[in-house]
Design a protein around this ligand. Structure first.
Ligand code: TYD
Ligand code: MG
Length: 454
């Protein structure tokens, strides 16, 4: 009897199964499992008894030149790509609906076009007229970019093959459909098959493709996680709706450093590059006030200063609130526990709110000490000395660990007019003599010295 080769996978977590069920065992979601459909360029049905041909093996020592890159002249975009666009690479740009992905990529397309890269922008969401109107409003009406509004991937690939552009932008991957796949556009099978076709096409034909992807409520690119594995580079376009700042963040990059960020500002004329993000993030800071601390962080290869704000107030609830915007809630709980256990400063019965100003998201452990400083400053109602930046990682024992790139952080702080810094012992800071550097080895010492308690 022929064996059934059908397989099923979950659209939320990407787990695969041999049979269908209503609930995914992997992530517990309901109604997310659907049948997989074979990829049209996949390895074929069954290997059977037929032998393959040998593959070519080579030495690690074979000479390779670094990939040539094309710059768009949009410096923030090039930086996130790792220094420009690598030919034949596949890039996924994810983000919430309405955050500005189409605007960003239309502007990038125009810049690449002006830089001499033949660029095609395919919109599956908007009509050509709409895209054209937006381009004209952004002053890009004359940019050498070809537009198409279609969702049939077979037709799009045929066109791309004939036109042979250097860059193709597909907005969005969720709207594309293949006639060989028997399910609706946006379904797991369609998104996966479309991404597979486009990425293999990119490699084969030497065309760079940018895929735009929507993000689900949970913050993942809609469709299976496998799309992220298929592409060379995954960028997330983040920002708070109410804020004008937008951050393009590399979360994966085969051709450059991950965690690199590009900062933009949404204006009436589209996205403007922000070349000095620290100045922007600190521009709204008023007089030094309790609960406000400036953190000297590193994003990718670049130092970025931003303001942390904390509010600590007696809680009317039996279970006090812990609310964090722009940082990790679990990490906040850890800092509160360390302050309580190692320094004897309780937060029980107090509501704690922590906010990273400007809509910025921080992932660095080096923010620990700045968070602790903001919490203590809010709790004691005492502002930190003005013109001071803070950074350092806190361990569970209450010891402070040196943060990487101490010198770069200090240089950036100095550039922005800060005169002193509180940091862990051990970080090298030889090149920054103009700043008063207060180096500490543990949290208890920090609390005693800065807040006179402990
Ligand atoms: P869009 O690029 O369509 O978002 P996405 O493709 O991620 O869904 O951006 C839509 C938002 O951007 C919309 O709310 C209006 C705003 N916007 C501006 O503020 N200024 C502009 O110049 C443009 C083009 C858009
Ligand atoms: Mg869009």
């Amino acid at each position: 009897m022929a064996k059934s080769t059908a397989s099923y996978s979950c659209s939320a977590c990407g787990a695969s199964f041999t049979k269908w069920s209503g609930r995914c065992d992997g992530c517990g979601e309901w109604n997310t499992i659907s049948e997989d459909v074979g990829l049209s360029t996949g390895p074929g049905k069954a290997l059977g008894a037929k032998r393959g041909t040998g593959v070519v093996l080579s030495d690690l020592s074979a000479k390779e030149t670094p990939p040539p890159r094309t710059q768009s002249t949009m410096a923030e975009f090039d930086r996130v790509l790792g220094g420009g666009l690598v030919p034949a690479s596949a890039i996924l740009v994810g983000g919430d609906p309405g955050i500005g992905k189409s605007t960003l990529l239309l502007q990038a397309a125009a810049r690449f076009g002006q830089a001499g890269v033949k660029t095609i922008y395919v919109s599956g969401e908007e009509a050509s007229a709409q895209v054209r109107m937006r381009a004209q409003r952004l002053g890009l009406g004359d940019a050498p970019v070809k537009l198409a509004a279609d969702t049939n991937l077979r037709n799009i690939l045929t066109t791309l093959e004939a036109e042979a552009p250097g860059l193709a932008i597909i907005d969005s991957i969720q709207t594309m459909w293949l006639d060989t796949v028997d399910s609706a556009p946006g379904s797991v099978s369609q998104v996966r098959a479309a991404a597979h076709e486009l990425t293999t096409f990119a490699k084969r034909k030497g065309i760079s493709v940018v895929l735009v992807g929507h993000v689900t409520k949970e913050g993942q690119i809609a469709g299976p996680r496998v799309v992220e594995h298929m592409v060379d580079t995954v960028l997330y376009f983040e920002g708070e709706r109410g804020h004008q700042f937008r951050i393009l963040r590399a979360v994966k990059n085969r051709f450059g450093p991950a965690d690199e960020i590009g900062v933009f500002e949404m204006t009436g004329q589209g996205l403007a590059e922000v070349t000095n993000p620290s100045a922007l993030f600190l521009s709204e800071r008023g007089q030094p006030s309790p609960g406000s601390v400036v953190f000297a962080g590193i994003e990718g290869t670049r130092p970025v200063l931003c303001e942390l704000q904390a509010l600590v107030a007696p809680s009317p609830h039996s279970q006090p609130r812990r609310t964090v915007v722009g940082w990790d809630g679990g990490r906040l709980a850890m800092i509160l526990a360390v302050l309580e256990a190692r320094c004897g400063i309780p937060f029980a019965g107090l509501d704690v709110y922590l906010n990273v100003a400007g809509g910025m998201k921080i992932n660095e452990p080096a923010a620990d000490l700045a968070v602790a400083a903001a919490l203590l400053s809010a709790r004691e109602d005492a502002a930190l000395p003005p013109d001071t930046v803070v950074f350092g990682e806190i361990s569970l024992s209450g010891a402070l660990r040196p943060a990487p790139q101490t010198e770069n952080r200090l240089k950036e702080a100095q550039k922005l007019g800060f005169t002193s810094a509180i940091a862990p012992k051990g970080g090298k800071a030889s090149g920054v003599s103009a700043m008063t550097l207060n180096q500490m080895s543990d949290l208890t010492g920090f609390v005693g010295e800065v807040f006179g308690a402990g």
